[in-house]
Write a protein that binds this ligand. Structure first.
Ligand code: PEP
Length: 250
């Protein structure tokens, strides 16, 4: 099955003002998008509803996180039911910043994934190893364990609504992009693992995207790797070069 290229922009907690946000949206709205990729941006939660009004319809919105519960006494959280009710189609879960700075475990990320899928949301499911883990040859062990928590909770059909983002922690926000060979090696191994742990259909149809310091300059060679189905872009998603990345397959 052909896998449509997927380009996600993770704004993280940026930008700091509505004026700067509107400048980014203006650039995206005026850009020529060639349609070769599904394009999704994840602004801070505060900006989701304004952007739903102002962002061109070819670009979809994602939240950067959600809770497991639909409502309740969870100050500061946003629920999958609220996102679904607001017609926000995607949510990023398991980003390394959530895992490391906010102590989210793989089990919690899997529970959030299950809860979000139950509300009809689509998931950008992030995994990836630290530098220490890579140097100890534990990259695949770590990524598999992060996937396993979800594989154990979900059914094979659920994976049609999940994009896996392989984001080596050492490459996120560091300017150290993985080489196309490094990324391809992990993506191919992850795809093989989906085949072993779930089934051949999930392995061939699930999009596995790369994240970690992707720029307009580095996206070309990465995009030509057979198992790289797109990118999750942080810093460069706030800049005009995000359009270059979104059109890389065109
Ligand atoms: C990210 O936050 O998911 C990311 C990949 O960030 P950056 O592109 O800035 O490394």
């Amino acid at each position: 099955m052909a896998r449509k290229f997927f380009i996600g922009g993770n704004f993280k907690m940026n930008p700091a003002t509505a004026a700067a946000r509107d400048a980014i949206v203006d650039t995206l709205n005026k850009a020529q998008l060639d349609g070769s990729a599904e394009v999704v941006i994840a602004p801070p939660a505060l900006y989701l509803l304004p952007l739903q009004q102002t962002l061109r319809k070819e670009i979809a919105l994602a939240a950067q996180n959600c809770h497991t519960n639909d409502s309740g006494a969870f100050t500061g959280e946003i629920s999958p039911a609220q996102l679904a009710d607001a017609r926000i189609p995607y949510v990023i879960l398991g980003h390394s910043e959530r895992r490391t700075l906010f102590a989210e475990t793989s089990d919690l990320v899997a529970q959030k994934t299950q809860a979000a899928l139950a509300k009809g949301l689509k998931i950008i499911f992030c995994i990836g190893e630290t530098l220490e883990e890579r140097e100890a040859n534990k990259t695949l062990e770590v990524c598999r364990a992060q996937l396993d928590a979800a594989i154990n909770l979900l059914s094979p059909a659920d994976w049609a609504n999940i994009v896996i983002a392989y984001e080596p922690v050492w490459a996120i926000g560091t300017g150290k992009v993985a080489t196309p060979q490094q990324a391809q090696e992990v993506h191919a191994a992850l795809r093989a693992y989906l085949g072993e742990a779930i089934d051949a259909n999930v392995a061939s149809s699930t999009r596995i995207i790369y994240g970690g310091s992707v720029t307009g300059a580095s996206c070309g060679e990465l995009s030509s790797q057979p198992d790289i189905d797109g990118f999750l872009v942080g810093g460069a998603s706030l800049k005009p070069e995000f359009v270059t990345i979104a059109n890389v397959k065109g």
